[in-house]
Design a protein around this ligand. Structure first.
Ligand code: UDP
Length: 240
């Protein structure tokens, strides 16, 4: 397989990967490890947009399930993603990688608002841009935020780093016979309701022809391998 050549990518990390082996929250040691992965990817010459989830701190659906108003809970989830973005900015800058955070919920004491043209300029100058607070609206997830920013920043691909190593035809945690796809079509993902990203994120990537590469970020060095077209991964794309 020839290595695909990307110039600009969007990397989506679920909030869970920042908690390391803790059951909740942020483990600075683990964030530092993630920052090293991002740094190594950046040193290959890539422009990197980063989106980090908030599931390690708060998920709107979980709040709603316990009786909270869904929109209110979702805003809390969005604030959680800002905390994660700031933690990652700290780790990246300590590793020597210049970084800017842009939040879809304005918070001018701690970060910039999302301004596409300014984000372009940051990328040109070699900075990693972390987009926080998803799309800035409740009833969405950071996966949709990632798809939206990948489209508006014209990224060549969306890399989803998570705790599973790809997309399976059933849940591999409960079904040992589940089979991992190497490649799969957007429409199959949507029709079979495969657990990759939420449907609005997959549809946005499909409509803008952005391939989604799902891989495990938990293995050291895996992001670099996947960027070279190696390692275990699933590519969601057209006509696969
Ligand atoms: N959220 C939202 N709108 C967005 C992005 C996030 O309402 O555009 C809220 C939602 O409640 C979500 C939470 O923020 O559950 C944390 O994000 P997510 O669940 O996507 O985090 P991940 O699973 O990637 O860690």
């Amino acid at each position: 397989m020839t290595a695909p050549s990307y110039k600009r990518i969007l990397l989506k990390l679920s909030g869970e990967v920042l908690m390391g082996s803790q059951p909740f929250g942020i483990d600075p040691e683990f964030v530092a490890e993630m920052a090293q992965e991002v740094k190594a990817a950046k040193e290959t010459g890539l422009e990197i947009c980063l989106v980090i989830g908030g599931g390690n701190i708060f998920r709107g659906m979980a709040g709603a399930a316990k009786g909270m108003d869904r929109a209110q809970a979702d805003y809390m989830g969005m604030l959680a993603t800002v905390m994660n973005a700031l933690a990652m900015q700290n780790a990246l800058e300590q590793a020597g990688v210049p970084t800017r955070v842009q939040s879809a919920i304005e918070m001018d004491k701690v970060c910039e608002p999302v301004i596409r043209r300014r984000a372009e300029r940051h990328l040109e100058k070699g900075r990693v841009v972390i987009f926080a607070a998803g799309v800035g609206a409740p009833y969405f997830t950071t996966d949709s935020g990632a798809a939206l920013r990948a489209a508006e920043m014209k990224c060549d691909a969306l890399f989803k780093g998570t705790s599973v190593d790809g997309v399976y035809d059933a849940d591999p945690k409960t079904n040992p016979a589940a089979i991992r796809y190497d490649t799969v079509d957007y429409d199959t993902v949507l029709a079979d309701n495969l657990k990759v990203m939420d449907a609005s994120a997959v549809a946005l990537c499909r409509d803008n022809s952005i391939p989604i590469i799902v891989f495990s970020i938990r293995e050291k060095g895996n992001l670099a391998r996947v960027l070279r077209g190696e390692g275990t991964q699933t590519i969601v794309q057209k006509g696969a």
